[in-house]
Design a protein around this ligand. Structure first.
Ligand SMILES: [Zn+2]
Ligand SMILES: [Zn+2]
Length: 255
């Protein structure tokens, strides 16, 4: 499994791109950074986009991608996948012919550039050699993380945006997670804001990890607010958690 980090920032700053992770060039998890990062050839390789939730920093690349497809290769097709409230929010609030054209009916209404697939939490979908399953997380809008498993039973879990949760780890159960990509947005002193807005701090991360049945082999931190980057990095280092790293925009990891 090759994951390229198109963006892993909790805000948009020059050189800091919002959440977007590309699996094997074709499957995207969140679309906070897409057309600004990938050249047009690589944009046209994206076939499926799994959304964790409908917040702008996770979806803003979608309208621009669809426009680029319409101009660059009108026969390319993209499928957007998420839980029903997420799909509904994109249709109603973005591709609504007001903010952006409704690309489900372009070039014509039986053959739109974009289609949508709704998945319920816990419902798996097979894409290429992967099983992808959404699990509810704790954010202040409907949101899921995604468990991705390949045919070797190697797994990664991407939380999307999440605050403290018991249910997510319970539902993931006994399964070993080889790689965890998890939200840590704020420093410890902002715990109250983190919990209110559905995010984690280093201290809260430590508690979350203690709820998991097995500690993941590798842990990658995402969604840091660039304003607090140094503080959060120091606080994370002090936890002395084995194989924990901060993701960097543009890097590629293999699982
Ligand atoms: Zn969010
Ligand atoms: Zn976010």
């Amino acid at each position: 499994m090759k994951i390229k980090v198109l963006g892993c920032s909790g805000a948009e700053f020059p050189g800091r791109n919002p959440s977007s992770f590309l699996l094997d060039d074709k499957i995207l998890f969140d679309a906070g950074s897409l057309t600004k990062v990938l050249d047009i050839e690589d944009q046209l390789k994206v076939e499926n986009i799994f959304l964790t939730h409908a917040h702008l920093d996770h979806v803003i690349g979608i309208p621009f991608l669809l426009d680029n497809i319409a101009i660059g290769n009108i026969w390319h097709r993209v499928n957007i996948i998420g839980i029903p409230p997420v799909v509904k929010a994109i249709k109603k609030n973005i591709l609504n012919n007001s903010i952006w054209p409704d690309f489900t009916v372009i070039p014509d209404n039986r053959n739109g550039i974009v289609s949508f697939t709704e998945l319920k939490a816990g419902q798996s979908m097979k894409i290429n050699r992967y099983m992808v399953t959404p699990y509810n997380v704790s954010h202040f809008v409907p949101a899921t993380g995604y468990l991705v498993e390949d045919e070797r039973k190697k797994r990664f879990f991407y939380t999307g945006d999440t605050g403290p949760t018991i249910d997510t780890w319970k539902k993931l159960g006994n399964r070993e997670i080889h790689c965890l990509i998890i939200d840590v947005s704020f420093p410890n002193r902002m715990e109250e804001i983190a919990i209110k807005s559905g995010h984690l701090t280093p201290r809260l991360l430590e508690k979350e990890l203690s709820k998991m049945k097995h500690l993941p082999e590798r842990i990658y931190i995402t969604h840091l607010k660039p304003q607090y980057y140094k503080t959060v990095k120091n606080e994370l280092q002090r936890l002395k958690i084995k194989n924990l790293r901060l993701f960097r925009d543009g890097e590629t990891i293999n699982i």
